[in-house]
Design a protein. Structure first.
Length: 437
């Protein structure tokens, strides 16, 4: 049974704080193992990748088979049904259209002193995209990572996806094809992250690595950060549903279970101003849960982390939501736009009862790679900006340098950096020597 909290009860604050501080990730310390794997890949390159893939994925490879050939990709893609191909193509089209609108503009202007200032945006040269494999492979993750990178203008995209036992998901390779990616490697885990960060004889290094993974992948991304950029360290998925009024309990129950079936460590939370609705949703979850193919996973998530909170008002619900800072926030209320304006910390917001979070996972357009574990308080979901760099630009005329240079010299002197000040003084002295009498 889920935890039930009521903001009117005297112990609410303590119980709510306990929920916020609960650690849902696997607490196993994998840092030493990951450091050893990365060190091995840096030292032995392709040989280490082959050995580790045999050990962890039960797949024997040689360096020439690390990468999927174009013939293999074509053969696998041909297995995809016309219906699945059309659905994936529609998702790719919508994701591309949404992210194209995120492209920022360069800027340039001349200020009153005569200095021309601005910035320009340029893409990273190469990006590595990690796609989980194992028990489930996610073609949607390929689209959500690769398409924003392509829209940003990244020239070289690398995908690493494990294929345990040699089992390949054709939809993953089709998603790579639809995204304009043809460099796909059948490796996973910390070794894949190491290969993308440091390179091997077969895999050239990249500049940035994005994409979710297990504890080993997350630890590896932490380890290589600084050598390359990363998007975020994603934890177990989560959804918060705020509901009021005449909502369908089965719809809300399915939304909660849709998150719970991801992972036993996922979390589904309902906040409602109607105790009767909360009770009805809990009953609907109990009724629907046994019918799911992933009932064991979803059941563990709902049992250990599921929460129903009874709030007095929607304003109070919004305040609680901001403290939770959920990855996904559904607003199943009469005026979702008004409530959304009060919910300032969330990875993605889904407005109204006909916008289930699941559409965001696949087809609506916004990215589904989102901040978890309350990190929506300070970070955003994946976007084209993750694959762009902003370079500032400045050009001073002699007059502009004369107008602002003396102040810069004063500040350099105050900081004890003599050469800084002298580099400005030398130019100003020459300008003054050349100035007409």
């Amino acid at each position: 049974m889920p935890v039930t909290l009521n903001t009117s009860e005297p112990d609410f604050e303590a119980r709510f704080a306990s929920m916020l501080s609960a650690k849902r990730e696997d607490s196993t310390d994998v840092n030493d193992a990951v450091a050893a794997i990365i060190g091995d890949v840096r030292k032995r390159g392709d040989a280490a990748l082959c050995d580790l893939t045999s050990r962890f994925d039960r797949l024997d490879l040689t360096p020439d088979r690390l990468r999927f050939s174009s013939e293999e990709i074509a053969a696998q893609v041909a297995k995809v049904s016309a219906e699945d191909r059309a659905a994936l193509a529609l998702a790719a089209e919508r994701i591309r259209a949404y992210h194209a609108r995120q492209m920022p503009d360069d800027a340039s202007w001349t200020d009153p002193e005569g200095a021309t200032l601005g910035w320009r945006w340029t893409p990273v040269s190469a990006a590595g995209l990690y796609v989980p494999g194992g028990q489930a492979a996610y073609p949607s993750s390929v689209l959500m990572n690769a398409i924003p990178a392509r829209v940003a203008g990244v020239e070289r995209l690398v995908i690493c996806v494990p294929t345990p036992g040699g089992v390949i998901n054709p939809l993953v390779l089709l998603a790579a094809q639809l995204s304009g990616v043809d460099e796909v490697y059948r490796i996973g885990g910390a070794q894949a992250v190491a290969a993308m960060a440091y390179g091997t004889d077969t895999i050239a290094p990249v500049d940035k690595i994005t994409g979710p993974g297990n504890a080993y992948v997350a630890a590896a991304k932490r380890h290589v950060f600084g050598k390359v950029g990363i998007d975020m360290i994603a934890g177990p998925s989560e959804v918060l549903v705020i509901a009021e009024g005449d909502q369908h309990p089965d719809w809300l129950a399915l939304d909660l279970l849709a998150q719970a079936e991801h992972d036993a460590d996922a979390q589904s939370i309902l906040i409602t101003t109607d105790p009767a609705l909360g009770h009805a949703v809990a009953g609907a979850v109990d009724r629907i849960l046994p019918t799911l193919p992933r009932a064991r996973i979803a059941g563990a998530s709902w049992r250990d982390y599921g929460t129903i909170i009874i709030a007095r008002t929607l304003d109070e619900a919004a305040s609680l939501s901001n403290r939770i800072a959920p990855e996904h926030l559904e607003l199943c209320v009469d005026d979702p736009e008004a409530l959304a304006a009060k919910c300032v910390h969330a990875g993605a917001i889904f407005l109204g009862p006909h916008t289930p979070e699941a559409v965001g996972d696949y087809i609506s357009g916004p990215n589904h790679v989102l901040p978890t574990a309350r990190s929506a308080r300070f970070s955003s979901g994946l976007s084209v900006l993750d694959f762009l760099k902003r370079t500032t630009m400045a050009r001073l005329t002699p007059g502009a340098l004369n107008a602002v240079g003396h102040a810069a010299m004063r500040l350099a002197a105050a900081e004890g950096l003599q050469a800084h000040g002298e580099s400005i003084r030398a130019r100003l002295e020459l300008l003054n020597e050349r100035a007409p009498e």
